[in-house]
Design a protein around this ligand. Structure first.
Ligand code: GLC
Length: 452
């Protein structure tokens, strides 16, 4: 484990447990981080996304079967009845946190409410919630407690679209008819109020909220994002907010893809013109222009548990995706959809552990780094911090490795995983490193360069 992770875990553990923060604002974690709210997140790089709800019983995608029904898929009535049988008796919040730790994940984001409106927490403002299922216990509370004990930052996914609330849409109709929401109806303000009340519950009952992950879908302006943001920060100044409630807030969220250029403040990633993207591909922005971002991605093709979806990405693909994201300064939020019994399926576990094994040896090249100085060279990705440049090799060169464009003076080179020193010479504009004939790691081998 790197010194960085140890120190940070210790810090978070002390802050989370010592001050406890049952209600915020208060002393401790939130305030300590408020002056530099994003620094923990910039360093963390890798998180676990969890999409879980009664929908996991039907092996269908979360919420979408009622919003965009497909012929032959579950009916809205059958989907709506799923909470009546939801009973994940094997759920152990510590097992989730332990798995995230083994994977090297440094934060978790949990679906407290997806678009279907079902709440995985014991909200006082709806009956459509986990405590009214056969299971009967608040899952968010259990996870928040386990995360608090472990020092694991926990963020809340919260869907502004809500198919169940009569203020969001006329619920006498099928969701497929009006899932975009109906802000023109006089009932709309009751929905905005409901959102605020539920966010207040999430921000006052469950300890420090590392972040709120909104998923606003279309026409996000209708949620009055600026006001929501203000409200969140009155309760927890350090809580980060993503960009899906109509305001830019703290970071961008490319979904199921890794941007090919490093995002900067002036250029939105989503919908980026391919020509602009091509032009930016090899450019390295100034730190003050960098725009924080996070790619969220599934391991197979569904966010929710789906027993029929066996299209799992390989360990190598996932490790390389993490490297790719880190090389452009982003975070990687990798999703799991737990089973209806509360366990995480073995195929996900195996892949997460493999990433963790790779990070145990190579984590210094990911955590606490940002985009590297060399961009746009096939088979090679770089990350950097103030003392080192990390060269990630996807293709192992047959002889020496030649890297153009390293301006910093290189003091030493070694294989990160085993510390083996490497000989090199640096001429104007080019670094040549002698390598062993075989790649030490079949997934990604990393060379650590100490720089001035
Ligand atoms: C999409 C989907 C949603 C999923 C989210 C995760 O916005 O609507 O089902 O939760 O992506 O990024």
């Amino acid at each position: 484990m790197s010194a960085y992770i140890r120190d940070r875990r210790e810090f978070l553990r002390l802050a989370l447990t010592a001050s406890c923060l049952p209600l915020l604002p208060g002393p401790g974690w939130a305030e300590a981080l408020a002056d530099d709210r994003t620094s923990w997140y910039r360093k963390a790089k890798f998180g676990m996304f969890i999409h879980w709800g009664p929908y996991s019983q039907a092996s269908v995608e979360a919420s979408w079967p009622i919003m965009r029904p497909k012929p032959g898929e579950i009916t809205e009535a059958a989907y709506r009845a799923l909470p009546q049988t939801f009973n994940p008796v094997k759920f152990d919040p510590h097992a989730f946190v332990d798995l995230a730790r083994l994977a090297g994940q440094e934060y978790m984001v949990f679906t407290t409410k997806h678009h279907d409106g079902f709440c995985m927490f014991d909200s006082a403002y709806t009956d459509y919630k986990i405590t009214n299922t056969p299971y009967g216990r608040d899952i968010v509370a259990q996870l928040a407690k386990a995360c608090g004990e472990d020092g694991m930052p926990l963020g809340f996914y919260y869907s502004p679209p809500d198919m169940h609330h009569p203020g969001f849409r006329d619920t006498t109709k099928l969701a497929a008819e009006n899932w975009h929401g109906e802000p023109q109806r006089p009932e709309w303000p009751t929905y905005l109020q409901y959102m605020q009340l539920q966010l207040t519950e999430l921000l006052t009952r469950y300890g420090p909220a590392a972040l709120i992950w909104f998923d606003g879908l279309n026409d996000q302006k209708k949620y009055n994002g600026a006001q929501v943001l203000e409200m969140i920060h009155e309760m927890q100044p350090a809580t980060l907010v993503n960009d899906r409630i109509g305001v830019d807030a703290d970071y961008e969220t490319p979904e199921q893809f890794i941007p090919t250029a490093i995002p900067t403040k002036g250029i939105q990633l989503t919908g980026i013109d391919p020509e602009v993207s091509k032009r930016l591909k090899n450019t390295v922005p100034r730190p003050e222009d960098f725009r924080l971002w996070e790619t969220c991605m599934t391991i197979n093709n569904t966010w929710a548990y789906n027993k029929n979806d066996h299209e799992f990405k390989s360990e190598q693909t996932l490790i390389r995706s993490l490297v790719e994201v880190a090389s452009r300064g982003g975070n990687f939020l990798l999703n799991v959809g737990p089973q209806p019994d509360g366990q995480i399926q073995p195929e996900f576990q195996q892949r997460l552990r493999a990433i963790g094994d790779w990070l145990t040896l190579n984590g210094d090249s990911i955590y606490d780094t940002t985009y590297g100085p060399i961009q746009g060279i096939a088979g090679l990705r770089t990350t950097a911090n103030d003392k080192s440049i990390y060269v990630h090799l996807f293709d192992w060169p047959t002889a020496a490795c030649e890297i153009p464009g390293i301006e910093a003076r290189v003091l030493s080179a070694r294989l990160l995983a085993n510390g083996m020193p490497l000989t090199f010479h640096q001429t104007e504009g080019k670094l040549i490193i002698d390598l062993p004939s075989k790649a030490p790691d079949p997934n990604v081998s990393v060379i650590a360069l100490k720089t001035y």
